[in-house]
Write a protein that binds this ligand. Sequence first.
Ligand SMILES: Nc1ncnc2c1ncn2[C@@H]1O[C@H](COP(=O)(O)OP(=O)(O)OP(=O)(O)O)[C@@H](O)[C@H]1O
Length: 603
Amino acid sequence: DLVGDGAALMAFRSAVGRFVLPWNTTVSPCRWPGVRCAGDRVFSLRLPGSGLIGEIPAGSLGNLSNLQTLSLRFNALSGPLPGDIAGCKELRNLYLQRNRFSGEIPLFLSSLSSLVRLNLAGNNFSGGIPLAINNLTRLGTLYLEANRLSGEIPELNLPNLVQFNLSFNLLNGSVPSKLRSMPASSFMGMSLCGGSLTPCPGEISSAESPARTASSDAGRKLSGGAIAGIAIGTVAVFLIIVVILVLLCRRKGKSGTSNSVEPKPREAEAALTNRAMGDGFETNGVPPTAKPAYATATKAPASTKQLVFFGNGPRSYDLQDLLRASAEILGKGTFGTTYKAVLETGSAVAVKRLRDGNYPENEFRERIEAIGAMNHPNLVPLQSYFLSRDEKLLVYEFMAMGSLSSLLHGNRGSGRTPLNWEARTDIALAAARGIDYIHSTSSAASHGNIKSSNILLSGSSEARVSDHGLAHLAGAATASNRVAGYRAPEVTDARRVSQKADVYSFGVLLLELLTGKAPTHAVLDEEGVDLPRWVQSVVREEWTAEVFDIELLRYQNAEEEMVQMLQLGVNCTAQYPDQRPAMPAVVARIEEIHFSTIDSGKE
Ligand SMILES: Nc1ncnc2c1ncn2[C@@H]1O[C@H](COP(=O)(O)OP(=O)(O)OP(=O)(O)O)[C@@H](O)[C@H]1O
């Protein structure tokens, strides 16, 4: 019962987490961080990266006889696993990776017949892999990499195994037949043979053998007539190949002539870029204090050229100030290049130099005026613009903390400041409010390009949505891979993005905030993941806690809010637009989740 489970947990805490587990015996164990109950029994204990240290004693976890999930990954637990864990007969998921457990892989694990996932990677387990693992017929995941396992791999026969890794152990010999369909990455860092690795000595590789057998049989049995037939056939094939080669050479000769006239695609692209960039520093590496590339807009007398400002705010700069400003490139995006321009007064603005979209001037002005009229604390304000035949500049307030994308994915090395849970929910809420505002301006209004590089943070860390209104101005469909990861499946024209498609992109952004993974199309970019599909597959497999960014593992108390937010992200990325919530509902839901975090004083 719960009292027994509570005592077992307390025994565990005294041995390995006395100072790090804030478990209060005056409340039910079901409310202790990391503990989940079903009825009056503990069914899940998840304490990843919690600073646990030492040996798990017998008579503690082994008494949690209803436990289904035990996650103690990323701690400093050591010694052998206590044998009484064999009493946790319901255990389905056992995550013990990245600790310091030692000794042999305990035989009792093979009696846990409900196990679906077993992860013992990154420990000091030694000795052989027990053949008795074959008793775990439901096992779908077996990760044993980065231990000190030795000897030969036994004839494992696990019919449901899909995820498997033995890499970086001390194993030798050959890969058993039933495991030969596994990729070479499951056996890295060891000198094994067979399967997708090098063939074992004395074994004929499967690709070679049938051909060899066929030709030797043929040598023995062919009649004289058959040999003559083969000879004639061979000559005919040879002639056909010669004819094809001659034709190909002729054609190449022709196309070679045209190549020498037309530039190669890359050269053409570079030439275009240079033309578009004028004499700026993008292409020649002149330092940031140089005259900005957009300064080429000053061919006519200055008096005829003016910035058009929005709102009633002070006009603290004019076009000449901008042209005199020292500038540095912040980045090149879909619509053009963005510069940080530091004015002589010391203040900074962001200048976006739009690529030529061939818009009629009136239409362009109208659209820019509409963008400038938008006014919301969670939108990056467009302060002014400049329009001439050759040049289109948009001047925005400068957002000193950069983009969410760079905060999440930039500098993951040692000097990194992780984004904490509260900051992430603040950003999610601010971005949602900004998008909701855009949608509120008309039933057809949408942003069209929601992604983490378009969520910017001001000097006081307030998140704002940028680039609003630009997707509808873009001359060509925006098809970059980075954008593709956020795009709703029904969107075919980047200039016609519905509000529900914005909701989809926002859902991907939420998943990005929670997982720390950058969304791209996995097929196009091996580094990226199709976030909605990945999250859904993991959640379906009851691995919910596994999806979160490793930087969020310390916020154990907020796990429930994270799961709620994840659910919202999954809802927003529903395949069919009708199944996605509208933006006002998304805002309301984030507020609910966010304020419950703050009210309960968690963190
Ligand atoms: N107002 C601003 N303040 C500070 N940085 C900005 C501002 N606007 C844009 N940036 C930064 O400048 C860089 C280039 O932005 P830009 O909008 O041109 O392209 P993008 O966001 O990467 O792609 P896309 O054009 O598809 O939205 C990005 O890193 C962005 O974060």
